[in-house]
Design a protein around this ligand. Sequence first.
Ligand SMILES: NC(=O)c1ccc[n+]([C@@H]2O[C@H](COP(=O)([O-])OP(=O)(O)OC[C@H]3O[C@@H](n4cnc5c(N)ncnc54)[C@H](OP(=O)(O)O)[C@@H]3O)[C@@H](O)[C@H]2O)c1
Length: 245
Amino acid sequence: MTTLTILVTGGSSASGIAVAGALAAAGHRVLTVGSDDVRIKAAAAAAGQGVTPLVCDLGSLESVRELGSAIEKLGIGGVDGVIHLVGGWRGAKGIKDQSDEDWESLERGAITTLRNVSRVFYSQLEASPHGRLAMVSSTTASAPTAAAASYAAAKAAAEAWTLAVADGFRRDQSANSGNPGTPTEQHSAAVIFVVKALVDDAMRRQHPERRFPGYTDVADLATAVVGLFDQPAATLNGQRILLAK
Ligand SMILES: NC(=O)c1ccc[n+]([C@@H]2O[C@H](COP(=O)([O-])OP(=O)(O)OC[C@H]3O[C@@H](n4cnc5c(N)ncnc54)[C@H](OP(=O)(O)O)[C@@H]3O)[C@@H](O)[C@H]2O)c1
């Protein structure tokens, strides 16, 4: 199996620990990124061997560029995968009380961080024989509720951005890309995973009375992420993969 370098952006939560751990267990070199030094180090340690913690405010393009330079200096070659997990959640009662503060937070968490990592790492993902960009969206993006209006709009924008990255890969890797010597086989893919909500073992322990209907276990998300590197890019590129049960 080829050892790939995979960046987990927003890796401090239970989903980040599960995804980083599964990728490392599959033999990949994993760099997991969070905004807080203590939290991301704890997450990397929980994910297990082969996971390196890095600190970066992914909401700042300058900081993400610095992250790119720091990774280059590690001398491990380009990044093959970016699994983007920063999201955030804000809700309200309905349309009228959707606040600007909530929108700014969601725009930064769900959209700006994704725009930053994909702009900075696009060339490396496009150059990799197994380039993958994945983000996790919500079922509310395509079936919005009034209470989750801002959240749904932010997630829909993040989905549109991801599909645009998929179009970039398709164009750059087509026979008509205008780049002499460009291989015609698609080798990079951008995909959207869709969940209703995530659940992990700690949540189940804290709420033994709850059944979490329709929730996706972070372990199942992690398995789906690992599987991205085993499937053909042409099949995956631009797909919206439903993981909600
Ligand atoms: N949880 C759910 O039920 C659910 C439902 C639908 C969709 N999703 C989506 O699934 C994905 C994963 O969900 P999640 O709940 O695990 O994610 P999350 O808690 O929203 O974000 C993951 C991690 O990103 C880090 N982060 C936040 N802002 C950052 C920044 N500016 N720079 C660097 N790191 C930053 C946070 O850690 P630090 O603060 O330590 O940096 C956080 O633990 C998200 O995209 C989310 O929208 C989740």
